[in-house]
Design a protein around this ligand. Structure first.
Ligand code: G1P
Length: 308
C-alpha cells in the first residue's frame, strides 16, 4: 500500500480526538434595524424568503448537516420564533379536517426536525455576548454557529462542508468569502496564511478585524455567518471587552482565541445572500424563487415580461 502524503498524515494526527459537532447556536436577539419598519413588532428572523422564515433556513441547514440540537438565543419581542417551532395542535386539526395534507406534513416537519431549545439574551450587547449566553447549553464541546441573516444556497450545506473540514483539522473554523473592497466595513475581515496543502479552500487565520475601514482592512476576505467553535471561545469571550459599536464582538474573541489555538478560514462553495440587507433580501427572494418547482417557470416568464 502506498504511504499517505505527509500532509494527510499530519491532518489525521491533528484530528485525533476531535469531538463531534452536535449543537448549533443561532443568535436571534438583534434589533433588525436595517429592516425597519417591518421589524418594529416582529422578529427579523421571521421575515420570509418566499414562504419560509429566515430562521427556518438556518435550522434546516444545521439539520441537513447532521445536527439535531439547536439552541436559539432570543430576546425581547422574539416569541414568534418559539411559536414557529412549537407543535400547533389547533392548526394541525384544521388542516386535517380540510384534507390539506401537504401543508399539514410541512408544519409537522418543522416542529419535529430538531430539538430546539432557547436561551435568553436579556440585553442585546452584541454577537459575542449572544454566544456567551449559550455557554451552559453548549457545555464543554465544540459547536456550530449559524447567523440567519446569511442564507447560503449550496449543493452540500455550508455547515456540512465546514464540519468535514473540522473533522480533518479539529479546530475552530470560520466561513469565508471574498467581498468587494468597498464592503469590508460590513464584515469581520481575515488575514490568512498560505492555503492548506490538503485543501486550498482552507487557510489558517493569522488575524481578524471586525468591520475595518477599507484602509485598515488586512484583505477583502470576509467572515460569513457560519462558525465551528471550540469551547475555548467561551474563555476568550469572557476576556473580550466591548469593541466595534460598543458591542461584545465574536470577531474580537476569535482574535484572542488564535493566540492559543489554530483557527481556520474555509472558503465555502455556494451562493450566499445577505438577507439582513434589503437588496440582498430581494436578490435571495428572486433567485430562490426562480429555482422553485412550483413557482420558477411562471416567475421567470413574469420577470422576462418586464423587459428591464
Ligand atoms: C456579524 C459579524 C461579522 C460577520 C458578519 C457575517 O456582523 O460580527 O464579523 O462578518 O456577521 O454576516 P453583523 O452582520 O451581525 O453586523
Amino acid at each position: 500500500m502506498n504511504e499517505p502524503p505527509p500532509g494527510a498524515r499530519a491532518t489525521r494526527e491533528r484530528n485525533a480526538g476531535a469531538a463531534p459537532i452536535r449543537r448549533a447556536v443561532l443568535p436571534a436577539a438583534g434589533w433588525g434595524t436595517r429592516f425597519l419598519p417591518a421589524t418594529k413588532a416582529q422578529p427579523k428572523e421571521m421575515l420570509p424568503l418566499i414562504d419560509k422564515p429566515l430562521i427556518q433556513y438556518a435550522v434546516e441547514e444545521a439539520v441537513d448537516s447532521g445536527i439535531r440540537h439547536v439552541t436559539i438565543v432570543t430576546g425581547r419581542g422574539k416569541d414568534a420564533i418559539e411559536g414557529h417551532f412549537d407543535v400547533s395542535g389547533e392548526l394541525e386539526t384544521v388542516l386535517a379536517e380540510r384534507g390539506r395534507t401537504d401543508p399539514l406534513e410541512e408544519i409537522r416537519r418543522i416542529s419535529n426536525m430538531a430539538r430546539v431549545t432557547y436561551v435568553r439574551q436579556r440585553q442585546a450587547l452584541g454577537l459575542g455576548h449572544a454566544i456567551a449566553c449559550a455557554r451552559d447549553a453548549v457545555g464543554d464541546e465544540p459547536f456550530a454557529v449559524v447567523l440567519g441573516d446569511d442564507v447560503i444556497d449550496a449543493d452540500v450545506p455550508c455547515l456540512a462542508q465546514m464540519m468535514a473540514a473540522y473533522r480533518a483539522l479539529g479546530c475552530s473554523i470560520v466561513a469565508a468569502s471574498e467581498v468587494p473592497p468597498s464592503e469590508v466595513s460590513r464584515y469581520g475581515i481575515v488575514r490568512e496564511g498560505p492555503a492548506d496543502a490538503d485543501d486550498p479552500r482552507r487557510a489558517r487565520v493569522e488575524d481578524v478585524v471586525e468591520k475595518p475601514s477599507p484602509t485598515e482592512a488586512p484583505s477583502n476576505l470576509a467572515i460569513i455567518g457560519r462558525y465551528i467553535l471550540t469551547p475555548g471561545i467561551f474563555a476568550a469571550l469572557e476576556e473580550t471587552p466591548p469593541g466595534r459599536g460598543g458591542e461584545i464582538q465574536l470577531t474580537d474573541a476569535i482574535r484572542r482565541l488564535i493566540e492559543t489555538e489554530p483557527v481556520y478560514a474555509y472558503r465555502f462553495e455556494g451562493a450566499r445572500y445577505d438577507a439582513g440587507d434589503k437588496l440582498g433580501f430581494l436578490k435571495g427572494t428572486v433567485e430562490l424563487a426562480l429555482k422553485r418547482d412550483d413557482l420558477g417557470a411562471e416567475f421567470r416568464e413574469y420577470l422576462e415580461s418586464l423587459k428591464l
